[in-house]
Design a protein around this ligand. Structure first.
Ligand code: BG6
Ligand code: MG
Length: 214
């Protein structure tokens, strides 16, 4: 049975997906590109640099490395501004209750996020103390769907992939978990996350005992 729960951050524990989307849309104005919601879905879970590469590709815009560096900084400045007032009210519904239950049952808890801003967000929302281990964008070199972020989480906690269960809202993240040999619960819509072992809309009413059913 499972020993550890590995959580994605953006879109699973907190609703920052909207801030990433806004920050990328603002950046797109530099090259007159309007990012759609459908495209944004494909950026979820994907690293900052890989996201920029995809957007420039969609816009058929070839930028120099220097320009890309400047835009990565600009996007993150936009994003940091948007999240500057985040607080515990932005934790998604049911999350704290679920974390409390699994902690009480003795499960280990790790973060597996592509974001380099993960610690700032965990601090602002007060989620930091729940985590035994944090693997974020500063600790990995390969973007989801590569399983690196989750494999480092499992290894850091001292468990095999089969002993871990991943919670993910992004297509790329679901694939990363599967590629790492882990069970994965999708958070969101089944139509978007069809490869997950199970999809739940959110954590409302989810019990630690449900882990045995997943
Ligand atoms: C993921 C988000 O969690 O982190 C992506 O879903 C984001 O949208 C990625 O691009 C990297 O985040 P950051 O904070 O390092 O730019
Ligand atoms: Mg996510």
């Amino acid at each position: 049975s499972y020993k550890a729960c590995l959580f994605d951050l953006d879109g699973v524990l907190v609703d920052t997906a909207i801030y990433h989307f806004q920050a990328w849309k603002m950046l797109g104005e530099n090259f007159n590109y309007q990012l759609t919601e459908e495209q944004n879905e494909q950026l979820k879970g994907v690293s900052r640099v890989e996201s920029l590469n995809r957007i420039l590709d969609w816009a058929s815009y070839s930028a120099t490395e220097e320009q890309k560096e400047a835009w990565l900084k600009e996007k993150n400045d936009n994003y940091l501004h948007l999240i500057s007032n985040m607080n515990p009210s932005e934790i998604l519904p049911g999350v704290v209750d679920f974390l409390g239950q699994i902690k009480a049952e003795g499960y280990k808890i790790a973060l597996g996020s592509a974001s380099k801003n993960a610690e700032i967000i965990l601090e602002k929302t007060g989620l930091m103390p729940w985590f035994d281990l944090i693997i974020d964008g500063n600790k990995v070199s390969k973007s989801k769907p590569d399983p690196e972020v989750f494999l480092k989480g499992a290894e850091g906690l001292g468990f095999s992939p089969a002993e871990c269960i991943v919670f993910e809202d992004a297509q790329a993240g679901v694939e990363a978990a599967i590629n790492g040999g882990m069970k994965v619960i999708g958070i969101g819509e089944a139509s978007v996350l069809s490869d997950a072992n199970k999809v739940i809309p959110n954590f409302i009413g989810i019990k630690s005992a449900d882990l045995l059913l997943f």
